[in-house]
Design a binder for this molecule. Sequence first.
Ligand SMILES: [Zn+2]
Ligand SMILES: [Zn+2]
Length: 72
Amino acid sequence: MPECRFSLSAGKAKFGDLTCCICFEELRDEVMIRETPCQHIFHSECIMEWIKAKLPKPDCPYCREEFKSDSL
Ligand SMILES: [Zn+2]
Ligand SMILES: [Zn+2]
């Protein structure tokens, strides 16, 4: 799962919901995020903690789709 720097303007166009649903904080411009294979975005730190806690079968905190290990 690639880490990237969040761009608020691009994010608004691509994703409707700009809240990290792990910590419930709004994603701010320039923070580090990761986009899941199901195309949901979270703070990079939040999703990594989530995945660690959920191993060996992590799923998306938003839509509950399971992450394949090759996409992590
Ligand atoms: Zn977060
Ligand atoms: Zn998802």
